[in-house]
Each structure stands twice: as structure tokens, then as C-alpha cells.
Write a protein that binds this ligand. Structure first.
Ligand SMILES: C[S@@+](CC[C@H](N)C(=O)[O-])C[C@H]1O[C@@H](n2cnc3c(N)ncnc32)[C@H](O)[C@@H]1O
Length: 218
């Protein structure tokens, strides 16, 4: 576990630096270039996250790897309570500013490895976007998925996105920042292992190499 802790600390430092250098570029860019479509892309991402999710105004929601709160903000308008969690203190500090006008949100820093800050069966919906592909340890991705299962209520939903490992082979993404070592089949195995029921696994939404899992806790 010490080795994993070291890897996560290095990753945490990297994200703190990225947040200080250019937060918008760190959050939403295309192959290292900032795109001008922040608002438009946010709407599109929210639509994909909520696809097949029967979101209700009374729901409690978790945004795992929330960054600046790009998606937390519009999601807050659709639920009663939302928590944004991220392992980068710089991201959390900047999210507090970005979400200053939002009253039903709480932003917390975690250890980058688990969701022990949250009690069992608390959330109706957990989502995570552009985060798993940056985690340099498959064991931590597995742990996060099993933690998602633990903190979801029975009947709760999750939408979890990662990046197709085969994209490395085609040179589409840089291995220095992206660690997307998860194939669609590996992701399915991790979800099954956590006893989450797979509603659907999709690719080709927003970016061709992204894998989206819609799952439910029975
Ligand atoms: C590209 S940003 C995406 C932020 C947000 N999900 C969005 O789509 O706007 C990736 C975020 O994941 C966070 N992150 C990376 N590894 C993490 C880990 N092991 N635990 C928690 N957060 C992590 C980073 O700090 C960063 O804020």
C-alpha cells in the first residue's frame, strides 16, 4: 500500500500544479489545447451523464473527481444535495469559488484512494467523469468502484466513465497524463466484482475512446 500511496501523492501534486497553472486547460481540453466550447460541452456532458438516469429533485448526489465543479454546478440544480469530492486541495479551493452561488453543495478533499468520508447507503446517484482514466493504479479504480457500491442506496444509480486502454496502442492519448489502462471488458469485470448491475456500457459518446457505464445497485 505504501507504493500505491507514493503514486497517488505524486498524482495529487501533479493535479495541484495543473490547477495552479491553468485550471480550465486541466479540466477540459482536447489533446492539450483549450477549446472554446466550455458551456456547450458542459451541457453535452451533463446530458450524457444523465442518460437513462431517472434523476429526482430529492436525490443526494456525489460527483467523484469534481475538479473545479464544472459538472457539479448544473447537477446541483437537479437534486437536493450534491457533494463534490476531489483529492486535489487546489481543485477544491477553486471549486469553492466557482460554486460560490450554489447553496446545496459541499466540497471535500479525499485521500485519492477511497470514499471513507461517506457513510454506507447514503447517495441516490454517483457519477464520475474524466477521472478514472487519470488514476495510475488499477487497484485504486477497483477500490473506488467497490466504494461507489457501498455508498449507494439500494436502488441507487451510478454513471462511471473511463478511457479505453486500446487507445494507447493507437497513439490517441498521451500515457504521461492519461493512464487509461482499462479495456471495456476489464471495466465490466470491475463493475461485476462490486456487485453493481450493468444497465449499459457505451462507447462513442463525446469522445470515441471513452467508455461509459450506467449501473444500478440492487
Ligand atoms: C480532468 S479533471 C475532470 C474534473 C471533472 N470531473 C470534470 O469533468 O469537469 C480530473 C479530476 O480528477 C481528479 N482526480 C484525479 N485522480 C483522482 C483520485 N485518485 N481521486 C480523486 N480525484 C482524482 C483531479 O484532481 C481532477 O480534478
Amino acid at each position: 500500500m505504501n507504493d500505491v500511496r507514493k503514486v497517488i501523492t505524486a498524482s495529487q501534486n501533479k493535479w495541484n500544479n495543473l490547477a495552479e497553472e491553468d485550471i480550465y486547460k486541466a479540466i477540459w481540453c482536447s489533446r492539450g489545447e483549450v477549446t472554446s466550447d466550455w458551456d456547450e460541452a458542459t451541457i453535452q456532458c451533463l446530458e450524457v451523464i444523465l442518460k437513462s438516469i431517472p434523476i429526482q429533485p430529492e436525490w443526494k448526489v456525489l460527483d467523484l473527481g469534481c475538479g473545479i465543479g464544472r459538472l457539479t454546478k448544473p447537477m446541483a440544480a437537479k437534486c437536493s444535495e450534491i457533494i463534490g469530492v476531489d483529492f486535489s486541495v487546489e481543485m477544491i479551493e477553486q471549486a469553492k469559488k466557482y460554486l460560490t452561488s450554489v447553496c446545496n453543495v459541499r466540497l471535500v478533499q479525499n485521500n485519492g484512494m477511497d470514499l471513507s468520508l461517506f457513510e454506507d447507503s447514503y447517495f441516490d446517484f454517483v457519477y464520475s467523469m474524466i477521472t478514472f482514466q487519470h488514476i495510475p493504479s488499477l487497484a485504486i479504480v477497483e477500490n473506488y468502484v467497490s466504494e461507489v457500491a457501498r455508498i449507494l442506496k439500494s436502488g441507487g444509480y451510478a454513471k462511471l466513465q473511463t478511457c479505453d486502454g486500446d487507445s494507447f496502442a493507437s497513439g490517441m492519448i498521451s500515457p504521461t497524463l492519461y493512464h487509461g489502462h482499462i479495456s471495456k471488458y476489464c471495466f465490466q469485470r470491475i463493475l461485476n466484482q462490486a456487485n453493481l448491475s450493468i444497465i449499459m456500457i457505451e462507447m462513442g459518446l463525446i469522445r470515441n475512446d471513452w467508455i461509459w457505464a450506467t449501473v444500478k445497485k440492487d
